[in-house]
Write a protein that binds this ligand. Structure first.
Ligand code: ZN
Ligand code: ZN
Length: 357
């Protein structure tokens, strides 16, 4: 018995020393398999025909480990559109295995920095990711052309290096950067159809985010299913009208109670600028209960919160964030995080929710 134990110990020791000595080759072998699997998999192959929404950024300008800057990916059949591209959203897209090269266009809701400050990286990845020969269309209210021209200028040196280094086949000079697709801000009640190919229709409508103007939300209709994305807005009757009967309302939300705690903390710490800012932001966002009231008024079947303010750093904060939501809205709701996937398969009433990250 003693001999057997000694032999097992000796064997374990040999295995341990072997693993230590060969940890480099073992790691490289694992990495080889992991990289091959990741690079050959696309989330697009796993989604049903219909409307699929993936949050590539569920947060706001405030840092939240689970929520990057605002970005919503919408997959409708063969199409992949993004709405806004906040900080870190391009990297989240990579983690989600949503190929940048497949993006058809990026829609901007308004020009607050948190909605556009991931655009440079997103455009670069989309260009190199598929050897695009045409620049990426970036849709938005009038003013988007300034953003696009500015970004194209910022990256004008980089694009030359990339083509020089990788060649025209990999980085075609004609496909770098973006091309603006501006539309005039729709008046309240007015719909601006910005994309329509008989199957997928994307409509822009105005929302309320003063002093930020223009500011729009978007509605996607595809094979009898629909999704409405609020952009940044306080409670908006116009949004409720455009969201009538939608399957899924994706609405921004700010908890005044939780932000109030931040304000008190900032005041106590003598951070007067921060205290002023946290007070100012209260008037141009909707509270979770107001978003729920809009979902109820629109008759939406599901409500997804995104652009969540403040960061929900510990789980009890989430319960406080949604306090009162169930009283204002009968339907199911989801507090979004990076990687929240909601699928609306065509030809059904089904709504499935998954967390991919
Ligand atoms: Zn914002
Ligand atoms: Zn904003």
């Amino acid at each position: 018995m003693k001999k057997l134990l000694l032999s097992i110990l000796a064997l374990l020791l040999v295995l341990g020393i072997g693993a230590y000595l060969f940890q480099g080759p073992i790691t490289l072998g694992l990495m080889d398999r992991l990289v091959a699997t990741r690079m050959s998999t696309s989330l697009l192959d796993q989604l049903p025909d219909g409307l699929n929404v993936v949050l590539c950024g569920a947060g706001s300008p405030l840092p939240d480990p689970e929520r990057s800057g605002p970005c919503t990916a919408i997959v409708a059949g063969e199409h992949l559109f993004l709405i806004d591209s906040g900080s870190n959203s391009s990297r989240i897209l990579t983690q989600l295995q949503l190929p940048h090269g497949e993006i058809d266009g990026i829609l901007i809701t308004h020009f607050h920095s948190d909605h556009i400050d991931g655009l440079g990286e997103m455009l670069l990845q989309a260009w190199i990711g598929s050897a695009r020969t045409q620049p990426m269309p970036v849709y938005g209210p009038v003013g988007v052309e300034e953003i696009v021209e500015g970004l194209n200028r910022v990256y004008s040196q980089d694009r030359i290096y990339r083509t020089a280094h990788h060649g025209e086949d990999i980085a075609p000079s004609s496909g770098a950067g973006a091309v603006p697709r501006p539309f005039s801000q729709p008046a309240p009640g007015e719909a601006r159809v910005i994309f329509d190919d008989d199957e997928l229709r994307i409509t822009a409508f105005s929302v309320l985010h003063e002093p930020v103007e223009p500011a729009v939300g978007y509605r996607f209709d595809y094979k009898g299913r629909s999704v409405v994305v609020s952009g940044d807005t306080r409670k908006s009757k116009n949004l409720e009208n455009f969201a009538q009967g939608t399957d899924l309302l994706i609405h921004e939300a700010l908890s005044r109670e939780l932000v109030g705690v931040m304000t008190m903390g900032a005041e106590k710490a003598g951070q007067t600028n921060l205290a002023k800012i946290t007070k100012d932001i209260l008037d141009y966002h909707a509270s979770p209960v107001e978003a729920a009231e809009s979902a109820s008024a629109a008759g939406a079947d599901h409500l997804l919160f995104y652009h969540i303010v403040p960061p929900l750093l510990i789980s009890p904060m989430e319960a406080l964030f949604v306090e009162g939501v169930s009283d204002a809205y009968d339907g199911p709701f989801t507090v979004g995080r990076d990687g929240t996937l909601i699928s609306l398969p065509a030809g059904s009433d089904e709504i499935t929710v998954e967390q991919l990250l």
